[in-house]
Design a protein around this ligand. Structure first.
Ligand code: BTN
Length: 271
């Protein structure tokens, strides 16, 4: 596999702990899913910001019950424990803040600019660079705890992806061409820093406008014909705007507009 070599666990540990003494870090060369590892850490009292990271996942999970391909040394596969002071914001806003932070961190560390396909895919062009999974179990706004699972493709070349992802997925290495390989620890650090900042923004209602605006400014598929899925219903139209607070605004072929509430708009696809 081309791309970056996987640095030693100590480098990751230094990144997670640097300046953040309360954080716990759990690195495994192999685990089923870092989501499970992070839940175990949370159940044992791990504080906000704690991170579970694996070189390889044997049963990586994606959204909607899909598997997440997580081979050794190809990407960053990690989960962050999130504890917020009650009352918590809408879960959707936390997820939007996370997607935005991942895109910003990746861009800062690698120069690769990904856009956000509602609600939380990171795309470069038409291809998926990274995804995130928010696992809130029984989300209780009075004791908000969730695990954010983040998968970022870093080192794969086209041939490293399984058949069903070829032409659909991309990696930082592919987007940077044959240039200098990206340092996974640097990407992890930039993403964790951006997450700290954007999650703090999500926790502060007076900063929600700025968060909403930043997400909207990075939205993918604007001006394109899309299909939006709302429960079992499908809507087609031109994507006019995307907002974690207001939802997804489409202009339909007859010229009228429809807004899908953020909690109901579950997926967008380019037509
Ligand atoms: C998606 O886009 O479908 C979400 C992908 C989330 C993948 C990450 S990798 C780290 C964490 N552990 C998992 O099992 N899944 C998430």
């Amino acid at each position: 596999m081309s791309g970056p070599s996987f640095p030693e666990a100590e480098r990751f540990e230094a990144v997670v702990r640097d300046g953040r003494p309360a954080r716990r870090f759990n690195f495994r060369h192999e685990t089923s899913s870092t989501q499970d590892l992070a839940w175990t850490m949370a159940e044992r009292g791990a504080p906000d910001g704690s991170v579970a990271l694996a070189e390889r996942q044997t049963a990586g999970r994606g959204r909607r019950g899909r598997a997440w391909d997580s081979p050794a040394g190809a990407g960053l596969w990690f989960s962050r424990v999130v504890r917020m002071a009650p009352p918590a914001p809408e879960l959707g806003l936390v997820v939007a803040a996370t997607a935005l932070a991942v895109a910003e961190g990746v861009e800062r560390a690698s120069g690769v600019r990904a856009l956000l396909r509602w609600p939380n895919d990171l795309l470069v062009g038409e291809r998926k660079l990274a995804g995130l999974l928010a696992d809130a179990r029984d989300w209780d706004p009075r004791a908000p705890l969730l695990i954010l699972g983040i998968g970022i493709n870093l080192g794969q070349g086209e041939d490293d992806f399984p058949d069903d992802l070829r032409g659909v997925a991309t990696s930082v290495a592919m987007e940077r061409g044959g240039g200098k390989p990206v340092d996974p620890a640097a990407v992890l650090e930039a993403v964790l820093d951006a997450l700290d900042e954007r999650l703090a923004q999500a926790a502060d209602a007076s900063r929600h406008d700025a968060l909403d605006e930043a997400y909207g400014a990075r939205a993918a598929l604007l001006g394109r014909n899309v299909t939006a899925f709302e429960g079992d219903r499908e809507h087609e139209g031109v994507l006019e705007s995307v907002s974690p607070r207001e939802g997804v605004l489409l202009r339909k072929p007859d010229g009228t507009t429809v807004t899908l509430r953020p909690e109901l708009a579950r997926e967008l696809r380019g037509v």
